[in-house]
Design a protein around this ligand. Sequence first.
Ligand SMILES: Nc1ncnc2c1ncn2[C@@H]1O[C@H](COP(=O)(O)OP(=O)(O)OP(=O)(O)O)[C@@H](O)[C@H]1O
Ligand SMILES: [Mg+2]
Length: 263
Amino acid sequence: MAGNNLPVKVKIDNVVKKYSGRNGEMVALNGVSLDIHENEFVCVVGPSGCGKSTLLNIIAGLHEPTSGQVLVDGQAVSGPGPDRGVVFQQYALFPWLTVQKNVEFGLKLQGMAQDKAEQEAKKYIKMVDLEQFAQSYPKELSGGMKQRVAIARAYAINPKVLLMDEPFGALDAQTRTQLQTELLNTWEKEQKTCFFITHDVEEAIILAQRVIIMSARPGRIKEVVEISIPYPRTQETKMTKEFLDLKNHIWSQVYQEYLAIRK
Ligand SMILES: Nc1ncnc2c1ncn2[C@@H]1O[C@H](COP(=O)(O)OP(=O)(O)OP(=O)(O)O)[C@@H](O)[C@H]1O
Ligand SMILES: [Mg+2]
């Protein structure tokens, strides 16, 4: 079932990805199909190595599938585009640019005038609480701070589709909770389609309308869990029976897959 009744924004159509390596061919994704609707928020969970980042990179247009395809607004993806903003698992900042200039970069690439780009960048730097570090360089920041810059940069270009690969994984619990709330606010205000990978089952349930559970290598969709808890979701939501039941179910499904890898 879909998370809403709006048109399909991202169609993942029988995507297969094989890598050839030292030990021969390795199937990373084995026929993944999923329709993600406009303004939908999906989270993807699954054991390490099951192909989550591979799938995100294919949607981003950074990797090509071996077979199958991804369509955005009905158009086959053939490369990266400004309609899809990506936050990577490992922050990817320009080391020679300040925080401010890193966030401005994508805006200027879109042709935005300097003073407008400056203002927009400031707005998002404030959102991730880094105003005091706007003139710092990435090497002067902690890992979590760098990741917050990467998040500000992705939000600033205001893409219709946000692709996020464990964006909050390196952050402390407080910052993480704050950024989850900010992300949900941004999502509700600005109507975005979010594809969000996480290892954290609680995070997946707090954020998503549907949680996609992937199986161990070769990656397939094992189960799609509808999360019908109404928004806004808060810390109290985590205490409800509905939340805890979902958490137990999803966690045990992911754990089964984790055990399958270790066999
Ligand atoms: N460029 C590549 N060349 C060869 N193999 C690759 C490449 N990228 C990924 N793989 C392999 O594909 C599989 C899936 O990797 P992927 O990074 O998509 O997993 P993941 O689910 O994101 O894992 P994690 O949770 O640890 O981030 C892994 O076995 C990995 O070794
Ligand atoms: Mg990954």
